[in-house]
Write a protein that binds this ligand. Structure first.
Ligand SMILES: [Zn+2]
Length: 104
């Protein structure tokens, strides 16, 4: 499913290696079902991967995303791989959508 949006294997590897990994395919499918264009979907998927890393750092589960904590993190984000996932409305909105999808 992720392959629909990411042809670059490097980016795919990055996304698949993170804590959000078990949920990303489902999230990608949900975005496609909801009619999001690929450019937007890519932003949201990056945000999903980013929020997964942040939650893991805080010993929180990806199925229990704390959006306030993520927003706080974004203010001082220095993640080397957060390319395109810095603080903007896409990042927060993507993380919020992802939270809905990853909830058990
Ligand atoms: Zn970050």
């Amino acid at each position: 499913m992720l392959e629909t949006y990411f042809s670059a294997s490097k980016m795919l590897g990055h996304l698949r290696s993170g804590p959000s990994r078990p949920y990303l395919d489902g999230f990608a499918a949900a975005l496609e079902r909801q009619g999001y264009g690929s450019e937007t979907a890519v932003r949201y998927l990056r945000a999903a991967a980013h929020v997964g890393h942040v939650m893991a750092e805080r010993d929180a589960s990806v199925s229990d995303i704390d959006l306030a904590a993520f927003e706080q993190h974004l203010r001082t984000c220095r993640c080397p791989r957060a390319r395109g996932g810095r603080r903007n409305h896409h990042t927060i909105y993507g993380a919020r959508l992802f939270r809905r999808t990853s909830k058990k």
